[in-house]
Design a protein around this ligand. Structure first.
Ligand code: HEM
Length: 428
């Protein structure tokens, strides 16, 4: 352990969070999203941000957009990017050097502007097209049936650990070409990284995250080296094959593989948990899915992405001076697009706080963002969630919630850490 580094980072963390909490206490809605007791009032805060003139300027220095129209504009407009002109991260430019508190993980294409973004995304995009993903449906159906049957046999189970994590882990591991994927180890890495992505809260969290990243990178580097060494690489194979075959630097290939792995299950597991919770809370949507588990699942997935999306916001910086709503933004201003708030914009959705998979506008959400960073895994996430929800509704019609559910404490991710359920005995 590097004590001097810890002291320095610990001091900065205390300053950042002390200052942030003081601004939250003074009423800043953006910082209130971060700190209890206000952080639990996320939907009221989102409403306030949507009703304000766009963009809302937080006293922390970032500006925020929360209406669907303004969020669309920010994520689609090519004058915005994800790097400051000095090559730093939104929130604090650091010339070429990663700041462990602002950017604890190398996010590969998520953190790159063109032309690097274009070059790397093109390498893997062919593996994630709707047609290629549809080829995994049989595997998804088989896995979901097995996991849900095992959970039903237990009677009482944790949806997160027993279904929502192992299903996407097994599939993304298969797509990447990671043999013998250990769902528990991945879940541990995912939790450690996921907790830090929305902003590192403590030195302990930072250490956990850094350890997880070292381990994940070592795993991917080892697998890539073996592919390259074996000379079996090919453009038609799994993702690691493709990366090994291309003329791409080791570091870049490892970062991209790690991003795909983490993005490939962290968020989809959240989507499955959020969907089940929203359906059981609303009651009728669950009954509708039980009555027709195959036909209704896709609509439930879209409505969950609108109502409670796993990824709550994304950040951009304008590369030039831009007009945004009522303001002129200087280059490098950090803009947060609140994707979760956009899903409940009454200008788009009637009665937006109601969970109703039959609504005509369910698919009009920004849960997968937009523009050049539009989620590469959207077809995969939709397939996995649909298959998991159908399997649950078909096999556990009397499913109900048990006490003890816990949500992840994260500004970025809206997900359950634990979701205890009672399978309710086998269906008719
Ligand atoms: C419900 C599940 C998911 C949600 C809500 C989600 C959400 C998102 C969002 C919001 C972004 C864009 C962020 C931005 O604009 O800055 C994104 C990008 C991305 N997602 Fe997903 N994602 C999900 C599942 C997946 C899966 C299954 C994969 C599998 C590979 C994946 C891979 C990626 C990648 C690689 C990017 C970066 C794309 C780029 O920068 O060009 N995601 N995702």
């Amino acid at each position: 352990m590097d004590l001097a580094r810890d002291l320095r980072l610990g001091g900065r963390l205390a300053l950042i969070h002390g200052g942030g909490w003081a601004l939250a206490l003074a009423g800043d809605p953006v910082l209130r999203l971060l700190y209890p007791p206000w952080s639990g009032q996320q939907h009221q805060i989102h409403r306030r941000l949507r009703e304000a003139a766009q963009p809302y300027a937080s006293r922390s220095g970032v500006v925020v957009v929360a209406t669907a129209a303004a969020c669309q504009e920010v994520v689609r407009d090519r004058r915005y990017g994800v790097r400051t002109r000095a090559g730093g991260t939104p929130g604090g430019a650091v010339d070429g050097v990663r700041d462990p508190l602002l950017e604890p993980v190398d996010l590969s294409i998520l953190g790159l502007d063109p032309p690097e973004h274009t070059r790397l995304r093109r390498l893997v995009a062919p593996v994630f097209t709707p047609a290629r993903i549809a080829e995994r449906e049989e595997l998804a159906l088989r896995l979901a049936a097995r996991l849900v049957d095992d959970a039903a046999r237990k009677g009482r189970f944790d949806l997160v650990a027993d279904v929502a994590v192992p299903l996407p882990v097994a599939i993304i591991a298969d797509i990447l070409g990671v043999p013998d994927a250990d769902a528990d180890a991945f879940a541990h890495w995912g939790r450690a990284v996921g907790a830090g992505l929305g902003g590192v809260r403590s030195l302990r969290a930072l250490h956990r995250l850094e350890r997880a990243v070292v381990e994940l990178r070592a795993l991917m580097a080892d697998l890539l080296a073996r592919r390259r060494g074996a000379g079996q690489a090919g453009a038609d194979g799994d993702v690691l094959d493709r990366l090994a075959a291309e003329d791409v630097a080791d570091d870049e290939a490892v970062s991209l593989a790690v991003l795909l792995l983490l993005a490939g299950f962290e968020t989809t597991s959240g989507l499955i948990g959020n969907a089940v919770t929203a359906m059981l809370e609303a009651g009728e949507p669950w009954q509708q899915l039980v009555d027709d588990p195959l036909a209704g699942a896709a609509d439930v997935v879209e409505e969950t992405l609108r109502y409670d999306p796993p990824v709550q916001f994304t950040a951009r910086v304008p590369h030039v001076e831009v007009e945004l709503g009522t303001r002129t933004l200087a280059p490098d201003t950090t803009v947060l697009a609140m994707l979760g708030a956009a899903g409940r914009d009454p200008a788009v959705h009637t009665d937006p706080d109601a969970f109703d998979p039959t609504r005509a506008t369910a698919g009009e959400h920004l849960a997968f963002s937009g523009g050049i960073h539009y989620c590469l895994g959207a077809p995969l996430a939709r397939l996995e969630a649909r298959v998991a929800l159908s399997a649950l509704a078909a096999r556990m019609p009397r499913l109900r919630r048990l006490p003890g559910a816990t949500r992840r404490r994260s500004l970025l991710l809206s997900e359950f850490a634990r979701l205890p359920l009672d399978a309710g005995g086998r269906g008719s």
